[in-house]
Design a binder for this molecule. Structure first.
Ligand code: ZN
Ligand code: ZN
Length: 119
C-alpha cells in the first residue's frame, strides 16, 4: 500500500482558556452526508462517509476553535486496525483516528485504494 507520511502539524487556534474535561456522549448530524450519528463518547467521525470535525486539540477535549470539516484522506492498516487519517479543510491540521466497528467498511476500503492527494 502506498504510504505518505504526514507530519503532525501545528495545532490551529487553540483555545487556551482551561476548562474542566467532561466526557460527553453527544449525538450529532454529519455536516457532510446528513447522517444522524448517535455518539458513544468516543465517536469522532461519521460512520457513513468517515468525515470528522476539527473540535479536539487532544482526543476528547473539544478545545479546538477551528470547527472545520475534516476530510478522510488516507487509511493506514496497522496491527489489525484501520487508522483513518483526517485532514482539516480549513487549517490543514491532520489527525489519526482509529476506525470503529460501526464504520462503513466499503468506504474504508475505497479510501485505502485511493492514492493520497493533497487537498
Ligand atoms: Zn457523514
Ligand atoms: Zn482545523
Amino acid at each position: 500500500m502506498q504510504y505518505v507520511y504526514i507530519p503532525e502539524s501545528v495545532f490551529c487556534d487553540v483555545n487556551m482558556q482551561s476548562k474542566k474535561f467532561i466526557k460527553t456522549k453527544e449525538n450529532f448530524i454529519c455536516e457532510q452526508c446528513g447522517l444522524s450519528v448517535v455518539g458513544d463518547g468516543y465517536t469522532n467521525h461519521c460512520p457513513q462517509c468517515l468525515w470528522s470535525k476539527h473540535v479536539d486539540v487532544h482526543p476528547g477535549d473539544r478545545k479546538a476553535t477551528c470547527n472545520g470539516m475534516m476530510r478522510p484522506v488516507q487509511v493506514e492498516y496497522k496491527s489489525d486496525t484501520y487508522v483513518i487519517v483526517h485532514r482539516c479543510v480549513l487549517c490543514k491540521h491532520t489527525k489519526r483516528n482509529k476506525s470503529s466497528p460501526m464504520d462503513n467498511f466499503e468506504a474504508i476500503i475505497q479510501l485505502s485504494a485511493t492514492p493520497y492527494k493533497k487537498v
